[in-house]
Design a protein around this ligand. Structure first.
Ligand code: DHB
Ligand code: MG
Length: 225
């Protein structure tokens, strides 16, 4: 029998451990629960970040004293609300969402919560729309959590528009387990795999302290030099 104390490169995390950690550290506010409920109610995919990822995002932007954050991929605003928790009262988020159903749901939730003056939802393809906010930069952090094919272009934009010492962050850095050494599938196409690998090479080449925090699907982070 395998030695249960031997890690052989894998993780100690289990569903029971995650439940314990989430219950203790990640209580979900009413608005966060509303954002999750809106995903199901509007028939959107349940692909929001986990509670632990959200707490980590808030911590990271808090640690760099961020006030201006850009998010690529809003869904119904769950991760925007997490990021907002790490910002001061005058902190602002610009979040990009191409699905009009999701963008409308997010706007509704931000308005209900009274944070709509702090979170601007920009509807449309981020690849086309990011340039519209360049004049408001430089930004303190960019969080990428959208179409995987777009990650290299989003990272290049982030590196150009984040201040020195700011952060480039990206969800799904392990590409659902397909980042390396697995055949493409319906979950991750060859194009997605090539794009995610290119994203990682860009981060490694252009940021300092770049790494992947081992969240369930990896959170890539790099400091803009
Ligand atoms: C999926 C998960 C994500 O976090 C994401 O950004 C996109 C897709 C997924 O599980 O399919
Ligand atoms: Mg994601």
């Amino acid at each position: 029998m395998a030695d249960p104390d031997s890690r052989d490169g894998s993780t100690y995390i289990s569903a029971a451990i995650l439940d314990f950690v989430d219950a203790l550290y990640h209580p979900q506010s009413d608005v966060m629960l509303a954002s999750l409920a809106a995903i199901t109610a509007r028939g959107l995919p349940r692909i929001q970040v986990g509670a632990g990822d959200g707490a980590l995002l808030a911590l990271l932007v808090r640690l760099i004293g961020a006030r201006k954050v850009v998010e690529v991929g809003t869904l119904t605003g769950y991760s925007s609300l997490c990021l907002l928790q790490g910002l001061p009262e005058d902190g602002r988020i610009w979040t990009f969402e191409e699905n009009p159903v999701a963008a409308t749901a997010a706007r509704t939730i931000f308005k209900q919560e009274g944070v709509d003056h702090r979170v601007a939802v920009v509807e449309g393809q981020a690849g086309e729309m990011l340039s519209t906010i360049e004049g408001l930069g430089p930004f303190d952090a960019v969080f990428i959590d959208a179409d995987k094919e777009g990650y290299p272009a989003y990272a290049e934009w982030a590196i150009r528009n984040v201040r020195r010492g700011g952060l480039v962050l990206a969800d799904n850095a392990y590409l659902f387990g397909y980042l390396a050494g697995r055949e493409p599938s319906a979950r991750a196409s060859a194009v997605d795999i090539a794009a995610m690998q290119r994203f990682h090479r860009l981060l490694a080449a252009n940021c300092s302290h770049a790494t992947v925090i081992p969240t369930p699907d990896g959170l890539a982070v790099g400091v803009v030099p």
